[in-house]
Design a protein around this ligand. Structure first.
Ligand code: FAQ
Length: 330
């Protein structure tokens, strides 16, 4: 019922010569590094691609609250509880900035939400994996937020103004999230034997799903070419995945943990780590709705939407009443 549909409709970018005058002027503006703003003319494909990516991104922030929200009441100390609560609230805020930025392209937040709830829109594959113990909160902050930052810092330079500006604030907060995750990992890794084993277990389970966050390998990425020509995306999927591995491997070493990849090795020639690809079959299963928690995640979002109906109706009724009394007073 709640399966996410895989609907990849990517196309190759047009050459400047085959563009209409309007499209050419638009592309040249992007090539000069100028921002596109909501009232500017834009090709329909640019608008649709942005709506798809920003919508998926917003949904990821919203669904992304669930695996951590699950642990707020079970955090080991009051301090950890308040920090986790603040982080989860931040993710809700990120979703809202992104929905607002996407609304400037002419699609309402309600429409985007309906797409999420019906399974027509995607959200990040990572949130379809379960969080089984406290050290998973460390792994999510360290690896999931770490991967999110790696992907999102370049998006501060994306060509669409409202998206780029939303990303500036989001990145600042994500950086705090990543540090709190690493702090939990340090506590666990340098703690008792049992705690260290929990930290290792979390790394074992979250490593490959984190690598999947960057999307399929470039040869399978249907949108990269056009999205990069439009500067909606700034880097290739594999490029960011490699940077993430290069950044994270020394951190794991510092923690005394082992990344679950026998092939992981520093390559003197390329000056980067060699590593094993994630299981792409599993990735495509997860984004098609068949991951371990897809059904549970969408059911939770649907329940929250249904349970909140009376409140949304109340807010709307109150705002209509206020507007009417203001009109009557004028
Ligand atoms: N999961 O052609 P590409 C976060 C889909 S925020 C699910 O390479 P594209 C914060 C893709 O949509 C995490 N689906 O696609 C946080 C397309 O399907 P479609 C989210 C995926 O768009 C932390 C198809 O595969 N971040 O974590 C995934 O050029 C902790 C072909 O792929 C963003 O959304 C995936 N991992 O590149 C919150 C960042 N990868 O639409 C709470 C912005 C690919 O044709 C707790 N987005 N697909 O049906 C992006 O940078 C890009 O959209 C990519 C994918 C890189 C994710």
């Amino acid at each position: 019922m709640y399966a996410q549909e895989v609907k990849s409709t990517g196309s190759k970018p047009k050459s400047l010569n085959s563009m209409s005058a309007k499209e050419k002027a638009f592309q040249e503006k992007i090539d000069r590094g100028q921002r596109i703003e909501p009232k500017d003319w834009m090709p329909e494909g640019y608008r649709r691609t942005l709506l798809r990516q920003m919508g998926q991104h917003a949904h990821s922030e919203i669904v992304g609250q669930l695996p951590e929200g699950n642990w707020i009441s079970r955090a080991p100390t009051l301090e950890r509880k308040t920090i986790l609560l603040a982080k989860v609230q931040d993710e809700a805020g990120h979703g809202l900035y992104l929905y607002s930025a996407a609304e400037t392209l002419g699609k309402s937040r309600d429409e985007m939400t309906k797409e999420l709830l019906s399974g027509r829109a995607k959200y990040s594959s990572i949130f379809n994996y379960p969080t089984l113990n406290w050290s998973d909160m460390g792994a999510v902050g360290w690896l999931v937020d770490g991967a999110a930052i790696m992907n999102q810092v370049p998006l501060q330079r994306t060509s669409y103004g409202p998206y780029a500006r939303a990303m500036v604030r989001i990145c600042k907060e994500e950086s705090f999230h990543q540090r709190q995750g690493f702090d939990i990992m340090m506590k666990m890794s340098f703690g008792s034997k049992k705690q260290k084993a929990m930290a290792q277990d979390s790394l074992n389970r979250f490593w490959y799903p984190s690598l999947m966050m960057f999307g399929p390998s470039d040869s399978e990425s249907v949108h990269s070419a056009q999205s990069m020509a439009w500067k909606i995306k700034i880097n290739f999927n594999d490029e960011l995945r490699q940077k993430f591995v290069d950044q994270t491997a020394p951190q794991a070493e510092y923690l005394g943990l082992t990344i679950p990849d026998e092939k992981l090795k520093w390559n003197e020639k390329t000056e980067q780590y060699d590593y094993s690809e994630p299981n792409w079959e599993e990735f495509f299963e997860v984004i098609s709705g068949n991951g371990p928690c897809n059904t549970e995640r969408l059911a939770a979002r649907n329940k929250a939407w249904d349970d909140g109906e009376w409140f949304r109706d109340g807010l709307l009724a109150n705002s209509t009443k206020n507007q009417n009394s203001q009109i009557a007073a004028e």
